[in-house]
Design a protein around this ligand. Sequence first.
Ligand SMILES: Nc1ncnc2c1ncn2[C@@H]1O[C@H](COP(=O)(O)OP(=O)(O)OP(=O)(O)O)[C@@H](O)[C@H]1O
Ligand SMILES: [Mg+2]
Length: 408
Amino acid sequence: MSQIWQERFIAGSDSGNDSNKISVINEKGNIESSTISSVIAPAPTSKAVDLGRDKRKGTDKVLHVYIESDALPSNKKSSYYYVGEYAKTKKDVVQPHYYDKAGGSESQQKSGNEIHAVTTLTALALKAWEKGLDKATVDLSVGIPIREYKDTEGELLEKQYKGKHLVRSVDGIYAGEEVILNIENVFVYVEGVTSYMGITINMKDGDLEVTSEAEKIGEEFGVADLGAGTLDAAVYNEYGLDSEKSDNEHIGTNKYIDEIIKEISNAEIFEDVRNEIPDTMDKTPYRTREEFIEKVIKPVVDKMISDKEGEYQPKFKVEWLFSEDTETVTKIILKHMKAYSEEALGYIKKFRAENRIKNMVLVGGGLLFAYYYFKQEKHFIMPANLEQSAYFTSRAYAIKNYLEHLED
Ligand SMILES: Nc1ncnc2c1ncn2[C@@H]1O[C@H](COP(=O)(O)OP(=O)(O)OP(=O)(O)O)[C@@H](O)[C@H]1O
Ligand SMILES: [Mg+2]
């Protein structure tokens, strides 16, 4: 295996409206992926008073950083930030703007985007600290929407990221650590064009391998990416992405997750809890969608996808102060998951028929979210390594990035 991993991060970032997903090829030649919510907030120069909080594993979510970088907006070249989930409950939080239409969201320009820069640099810094590095050379690949690519050909983005960036951790398990990220190469891909590689190619122990899905789908196929805010449907033919036929719709999990949390928060079984909480406070067991997904949905979905017999019956559990419930909340959750899967499948099936697609692949976090219902569908192709399906785009970018080196 070549030496390029030793001190070089080959990284792909897929920054959605909801989260920034980063995949890095590690020194063993395997892909490691992680997520940071697309949220930042201005932060003070020192950490909150430490009342002897132990450095638990969970505190890698405590992201409070100082960044010195030309990738930041002109008046903020050196700034303190709260990043990701940890920023959500802070003052003056900045999130990608949403517009109400059908509960969907519209992405902002990626070039010059502060949230994208901060979450990407923080994710790379975390990878470096995890590996005990204070310096890392990085080749970064990112995607931008085709419309933006037509305007700039990615040049702005390349200029924004190329060069050295300093990231220091102010709080959390890496408090006091610092890293210089030297981004030597930036590869900008058009969203969707490269993504299929995340399905057809895998990297294992330094070797690229064609996946079993690749053999199933052939040269002409469709891919539906089920996201938090949007559902992207792409058509590929022998020449690659057919951008005319490819389309997207504001169908996403966010809306359904919000409905689930609302219904659970108002459920009769939790009346005693609600009565005890002062009216000036939010009466809900979860502060954010991610908290709900992490605590309630993911553990059950994990069991479901590792159950090869397919007989596992999901039982979700909600704990709220002194109270907990399984039966009622499971009913509520399954009802909304079903509604989401029906809305998504309705769109996908119509798309498939209109474009006469034989092989249709389903990917994205939404596939996992409502997997209980999607797994009952017989005529779609789903990734063999399901747990990676939310990362297929960032994995594709990392793999393409790696291939750029082979081409040199
Ligand atoms: N392992 C999992 N189990 C259950 N749900 C998951 C899992 N992974 C991701 N999800 C959920 O799937 C949804 C879609 O996630 P995804 O990461 O694909 O969205 P996104 O790319 O940020 O959104 P968009 O593409 O619309 O910008 C989210 O609500 C996320 O919480
Ligand atoms: Mg996405």
